[in-house]
Design a protein around this ligand. Structure first.
Ligand code: ATP
Ligand code: MG
Ligand code: MG
Ligand code: MG
Length: 480
């Protein structure tokens, strides 16, 4: 089944169950000062859960663009390194606002997966919340367990802890126990390697969570305690790209038709073949992922910039440029050339991509050009620093100057130094960074009394450091 039919089938299924189908909300939130990007299907509906508004219908279904690069849900470090976490992804969802609850949500999820999509029951596992003896003191979700028992053998219903089976969008807000549906598409050989262990939630690329059914019944208050919501709701989210992987019988999201047209285009432009070298594969995955995030963001009206959400987008794009520059040897702009195939692929489901294609290409090309210039300049300056240095360690303040004044990424400095057998004085760099942070802290302090953090320096963490790429250890600069 093609990806667009997989999406349409989902929406149709819930339409037939009396759901109103709505388009995705913009990914960049404009009216929520506490959440930078929509990070789950439920985010645009949170006010309905809290009882602060009334939805058009009490059953809704859609495919929501989500971005997980900051705050409580930040997957950026995984993207490209694994094959099933993206920055931007689509979350297919069905909602009940005070209408149906666990019984229908579970029965319909099962019906859709096994009868409509005809996914083999033998590859499915589900989880239920085991309860918690912490301050929340929550009971095990025996209700969900009993419903699942009608559909699936008991030994395939696993109990999960709070981390995996209690869903919260941010530090506050609507939340509740959840039941996740996982697939195990390993070969018999792969299974034998670990004596048949299930490996659910153990980061195996072929044992992944595809759908999360959240039973919304609490609100986490500012003081950390839970209160009952006025009504009980259903909030489900299924990873579209992961579902496509299962439906198309492949082992990686990047081998589905969501990504292959983009990857083929990267291969043509760079003359590098996907699937032959680990580092180049990672770079290709990073670029094919990041171009989507950046293009969708620009289509939503959020251009790269130096502050807030625009800064996050700029850094995602720069990350892609850097991977192209370092591993695919692309010294001139090329990511903008992927927008054409992306908009052809996704433009039907997301017309904003088609409508804004020209703008997206122009903006990306300009950003690429200026960042590549920075990289070039930085390389020259770094060469000079290296020449003039008598020691094997480059001082933190020199590296900081490169980073701060010239915008040269610190991880690239580190990578180049390590390739030349030199070292970076990481502690010195961090000290300089802290000094600068305290200088600017007063200016950037913002209230975070609801949902999740958006203070600008929360993005410091995400560019992170690709230890794998450089084989050297480095600190990640996290918000403190
Ligand atoms: P995981 O445990 O794999 O990180 P999650 O539990 O964080 O997933 P949820 O918050 O439950 O994910 O989101 C619902 C669904 O969205 C998941 O079941 C998964 O299919 C999908 N999903 C979550 N994060 C990503 C991502 N970064 N890229 C692609 N799909 C994702
Ligand atoms: Mg996750
Ligand atoms: Mg999970
Ligand atoms: Mg989950």
């Amino acid at each position: 089944m093609k990806s667009q039919d997989i999406r349409a089938t989902f929406l149709n299924f819930f339409k037939e169950k009396s759901h109103l189908i709505v388009p995705s909300a913009p990914m960049v939130t404009k009216d929520d000062p506490t959440l930078m990007f929509v990070n789950s299907g439920m985010a645009p509906f949170k006010e309905y859960f809290l009882g602060n508004g009334v939805p058009k219908k009490n059953r809704i279904s859609d495919s929501q663009k989500c971005l997980r690069v900051s705050g409580k849900h930040n997957d950026l470090e995984e993207v490209g390194y694994d094959t099933y976490h993206h920055t931007l992804f689509e979350m297919l969802g069905n909602w009940s606002f005070g209408d149906y609850f666990k019984k229908e949500a579970i029965a319909w999820a099962w019906e859709l997966l096994t009868e409509v999509y005809k996914i083999d029951k033998d590859i499915l596992y589900v989880t239920v919340f085991e309860g918690s003896d912490d301050a929340d003191n929550l009971k095990m979700d025996t209700e969900a367990f009993d419903i699942w028992k009608q559909f699936i053998a008991e030994d395939r219903i696993l109990k999960g802890n709070k981390k995996d089976n209690f869903w919260e969008m941010g530090e506050q807000g609507p939340c509740g126990p959840c039941s996740e549906i996982h697939v195990d598409i390993r070969s018999a050989e792969e299974k034998a390697k670990v004596d048949g262990r299930t490996l659910i939630n153990e980061d195996h690329p072929q044992v992944v969570e595809i759908w999360n059914l959240v039973f919304m019944q609490y609100n986490r208050k500012a003081n950390g305690t839970l209160e009952d919501l006025p009504n009980k709701h259903i909030d489900t989210g299924m990873g579209f790209e992961r579902l496509c992987m299962v439906m198309q019988g492949v082992k990686s999201n990047y081998d589905t038709d969501v990504f292959t047209p983009i990857i083929r285009e990267i291969e043509t432009i760079t003359n590098v073949k996907y699937g032959e070298d680990l580092k180049q594969d990672i770079a290709i995955r990073v670029i094919s992922d990041h171009v989507r995030a950046v293009a969708f963001s620009i289509a939503d009206g959020q251009l790269p910039s130096n502050t807030g959400a625009g800064y996050v987008i700029r850094r995602i794009l720069r990350r892609a440029v850097r991977y192209g520059f370092t591993f695919l040897n692309k010294k001139e702009p090329f990511i903008y050339r992927l927008v054409d195939v992306l908009s052809k692929k996704m433009g039907v489901a997301f017309p904003e991509l088609k409508a804004q294609k020209q703008l997206i290409e122009n903006v990306i090309k300009e950003e690429e050009t200026s960042f590549l210039r920075t990289l070039d300049q930085g390389l020259l300056l770094l060469d000079r620093i290296i020449e003039n240095s008598s020691s094997k360690e480059i001082s933190g303040d020199k590296a900081f100057e490169l980073y701060d004044t010239y915008g040269f990424p610190i991880d690239l400095t580190s990578l180049i130094l390590s390739e030349k057998g030199l070292k970076l004085d990481e502690k010195g760099f961090e000290a300089e960074l802290q000094k600068q942070k305290s200088r600017s802290r007063a200016a950037s302090e913002m209230s975070t009394d609801d949902w999740t953090v958006l203070v600008d320096d929360s993005v410091e963490e995400f560019i992170g450091y690709d230890a794998l790429e450089a084989n050297v250890k480095i600190t990640r600069y996290r918000k403190v």
